[in-house]
Design a protein around this ligand. Sequence first.
Ligand code: NAI
Ligand SMILES: Nc1nc(O)c(N)c(N[C@@H]2O[C@H](COP(=O)(O)O)[C@@H](O)[C@H]2O)n1
Length: 219
Amino acid sequence: MHVHVNAATSVDGKLSSRRREQIKISGDNDFARVDEIRANSDAVLVGVGTVLADDPQLALDASKHVAAREARGESPHPARVVADSRARTPVDARILNDVAETYVLVSEAAPADRIDTLEAAGATVVVAGDERVSFPEAFESLEVEGVERLMVEGGGEVIFSLFSDELVDELTLYVGSMVIGGRDAPTLADGEGFTEQFPRLSLRDVERVDDGVLLTYDC
Ligand SMILES: NC(=O)C1=CN([C@@H]2O[C@H](COP(=O)(O)OP(=O)(O)OC[C@H]3O[C@@H](n4cnc5c(N)ncnc54)[C@H](O)[C@@H]3O)[C@@H](O)[C@H]2O)C=CC1
Ligand SMILES: Nc1nc(O)c(N)c(N[C@@H]2O[C@H](COP(=O)(O)O)[C@@H](O)[C@H]2O)n1
């Protein structure tokens, strides 16, 4: 499986403010680029923290991408995946609507009634890991379902875990020309943080996009 992480941060590395509300960091050209990565992915993953904060739908915006996928014999939109150890995704979350298939990755600690509720809402639930979702195990299950190209849009807890598990193949990071600040504001990679053996990335490309910079790394 090819795992492509994409995110937008402020110049001080924040994904959002301490209020954890969605902040428009990208400009129109960058959002169009994000839509294209989604269009070329089999599935798009976020953590439940992002679902609770942003309520994203993770569907394609541009009809040309939908048409191109259908011409290739693919589903109109990529599948959506939520990493949600305790099955907290609300049933009215947009990510569970019928625009595309949705997988919810949970751990053994997820309450059975919550799993039943999510399945009744149309999600396919994948159990992997004891207390937290085990991404290596969950990704094996997604591969069996045909997910070979996985895009990850955040947030910081999930992205840290994926770097920690050495599962990231590619990172595109849009750095918008703004300062958000705040010691409690989410950053690109939160979690416990590394104290040694810091992941080293290989910078492939630098490009000016909108009023910011797009950095592309091989990981
Ligand atoms: N600017 C950008 O590009 C983006 C910004 N965001 C922002 O990020 C914030 C949300 O990020 P976070 O709070 O970090 O939440 P998150 O989206 O990373 O979700 C974290 C949750 O995922 C679940 N999870 C399951 N297995 C896990 C594992 N193995 N490792 C880590 N988490 C696991 C846990 O329940 C955990 O609480 C929001 O403020 C949102 O607006 C989110 C996506 C993109
Ligand atoms: N690439 C990017 N740039 C920004 O400025 C952002 N605020 C985000 N946020 C993430 O984009 C997703 C939105 O999903 P919908 O298209 O609204 O369904 C979601 O993952 C946000 O957290 N991304």
